[in-house]
Design a binder for this molecule. Structure first.
Ligand code: ACM
Length: 616
């Protein structure tokens, strides 16, 4: 190869890499991107044009999102006659576009932008990609390119637990606004649990008079004081049916299905506090405020009485009328069966139906719910415990205790949504526990990114997709919900949308940093924990504490101290792979990360006695 050709090729390569690096920061990464020469200059004269009435909402949505990004007020026009070619964003529904149900093509050239899809949902995702390419301030040049894109999975969900803490309809809408940017299409609302019933059921008013409210408490979940005698239940709230209809419309305009979850037979304390006849013990219990109660208060619906199923039929009838989505989630997890063992009616049910034990009684319970749902034209989904005692004939399993339940269900030819706690539980803390608001255990951004929803040897056609779950025991505000969702839900979005072979951690982190700038601009909260050091304690053969350090992302320097001073770039610098010994009498370890000569992560301070405890 001659020198000139080599130079030309390397210039082209550099140009492409630079362009990719500078401008194409879309999350989830599209299936195919080719960068072209030139730029489209977005300006106040740019017109948003659409060719089909189905795209009218989307055209207005595009205009208002651009306005909130960079204050440009763009005119929206129904396309008439030939395509206008000067400074136009063309949204085109084209039955022959061959982009699949959710796919799209996006073409940016120097004079126009065209987004085409077979469905309006596909065009919507094309718009989301385009919006991520528009700078949020100053210069509004968009790199010329062509994108062909479609998702890997049809089920791309996030769960919000509105029971443990209540979030207003406006907050739920804000979450929908945020999640659709990253092409999520399903919001799972965990509407009922021991700590609050959040949905108006017209025929059962006590559910929201009593079940939606608990005594006010803050502080660590499970350590809170139980309700006192006569204490007013003032914390809580619920959604009226009118509010939910409005929410469903809002979600549907943005191509989000809402999956309602009504928990049974366990996690039923808020309902039981409202209607005590529902439990086996029939005692009067209070809605739980985050104190320990499990096995003491009876939070399980009685499986022996017909009145339990009559109650659930009324609830599910109203739920089915409110939510058009084909599935209803009935929970089924963590059901304490101790009260069933002592309940005459439950034991009679076991005997009359030739059931082996309480596990089979739970299976009987779920199968009855499936029949109720089928009468209403709905499909049943439940947590993986619904496998115990036998799966209901057409049930879909949401696998949360790892992937095993999902694997067993798929092997039995049932559909599965993978939301394993070790990859997709967004309620877990995401950095060093010395810095993070406490929850149950650790789930870092890079672990989420490594999630693979289709286990080896499993027929992928049974895996509908996956979901990230934000349980809200330790999430008292929406601001904190944002901190827990982002950026880990970027990783989930990419796992669920991008072809497996298109994933790349370093590239993802580059794009994540650009996206986080956009979240800052929009005043959306997020976690920066992935910049912090990872402290790995261990013990040597003599029982002495040792420390190894690493970082989630590349290109970081790590500085540390044992001498009770704050570390900076003058402190000892950690060498990759080094095993640190503890100096005599040291009691505290501190560490900080730097990047490009500047502090990057937070200082982590841990008493060495705490580090040693982490090994237990
Ligand atoms: C669950 O996390 N108990 C479904």
């Amino acid at each position: 190869m001659n020198y000139k050709r080599l130079l030309a090729i390397s210039l082209i390569l550099t140009y492409t890499i630079l362009l990719n690096g500078q401008n194409i920061n879309i999350i989830p990464k599209p299936k195919l991107i080719s960068v072209k020469k030139g730029e489209f200059a977005l300006n106040r004269k740019t017109i948003i044009s659409f060719n089909d009435p189905q795209l009218k909402f989307l055209a207005n949505y595009t205009s208002s999102t651009i306005r909130s990004l960079n204050n440009m007020e763009l005119t929206v026009k129904k396309q008439s006659g030939t395509l206008p070619s000067i400074s136009t964003i063309n949204l085109i529904l084209d039955g022959k576009a061959n982009t699949g149900k959710e796919g799209y093509q996006l073409n940016v050239n120097t004079s126009s932008i065209t987004i085409k899809g077979t469905t309006s949902q596909g065009v919507f995702y094309g718009v989301q990609s385009l919006l991520q390419l528009i700078p949020y301030s100053g210069d509004s040049k968009i790199q010329a390119l062509e994108i062909k894109d479609e998702p890997r999975f049809g089920w791309r969900g996030l769960l919000l637990d509105v029971s443990r803490h209540f979030f207003t309809i406006e907050e739920v809408k804000r979450l929908i606004d945020q999640m659709v940017v990253y092409k999520f299409n399903l919001l799972h609302l965990h509407l009922t649990d021991d700590q609050g019933w959040r949905i108006e059921i017209k025929k059962l008013p006590e559910l929201t008079k009593v079940g939606a409210w608990r005594v006010p408490r803050t502080g660590l979940w499970w350590d809170r004081q139980p309700p006192e005698e006569g204490e007013a239940a003032t914390y809580g709230g619920f959604y009226t049916q009118e509010q939910l209809k409005d929410l469903v419309r809002y979600a549907s305009d943005r191509y989000v299905n809402i999956l309602p979850e009504i928990e049974a037979p366990g996690h039923g304390l808020a309902a039981i506090a409202s209607y005590p006849y529902l439990s086996s013990s029939k005692n009067k219990f209070k809605v739980n405020p985050g104190s320990k109660f499990y096995t003491i208060d009876d939070n399980t619906f009685c499986a022996g009485k017909e009145s339990t199923f009559e109650f659930l039929d009324i609830v599910l009838t109203e739920v089915a009328d409110l939510f058009p989505f084909e599935y209803i989630h009935i929970g089924g997890d963590e059901c304490y069966k101790g009260f069933w063992k002592k309940c005459e009616e439950c034991q009679k049910r076991i005997k009359d139906n030739g059931l082996k034990d309480e596990n089979e009684l739970q299976s009987y319970f779920i199968k009855r719910l499936e029949k109720i749902l089928q009468q209403k034209g709905k499909k049943l989904m439940g947590w993986d415990e619904i496998l115990e005692g036998g799966l209901a004939p057409n049930a879909t399993v949401m696998s949360w205790r790892g992937m095993d339940g999902g694997i067993a269900a798929a092997k039995a030819s049932h559909h599965v949504v993978m939301s394993p706690n070790n990859y997709a539980y967004l309620d877990l803390y995401q950095g060093d526990p010395a810095l993070e608001p406490p929850t149950y255990s650790l789930l870092r951004l890079n672990t989420v990114y490594s999630f693979e929803p289709v286990p080896a040897g499993i027929d992928s056609s049974f895996i509908l997709g996956g979901q990230g779950n934000l349980w809200s025991e330790s999430v008292p505000t929406f601001r904190h919900a944002e901190y827990m969702f982002w950026p880990r839900s970027f990783a989930l979005a990419e796992v669920l949308w991008t072809p497996k072979e298109g994933k790349n951690w370093n590239d993802f982190i580059n794009r994540t940093e650009k996206q986080l700038d956009r979240l800052s601009h929009a005043d959306i909260n997020y976690s920066s924990s992935f910049y912090d050091a990872i402290i790995n304690p261990s013990k040597d053969e003599n029982g002495n504490l040792k420390i190894r350090l690493e970082t989630e992302i590349e290109g970081m320097e790590i500085y540390y101290t044992f001498d009770n001073t704050y570390p900076d770039h003058h402190s000892p610098k950690y060498k990759k792979g080094e095993i640190l010994s503890i100096p005599k009498d040291a009691d505290t370890f501190r560490v900080i990360t730097y990047r490009g000569g500047k502090p990057s992560g937070r200082i982590i301070t841990v008493p060495l006695s705490d580090l040693a405890k982490r090994l237990n």
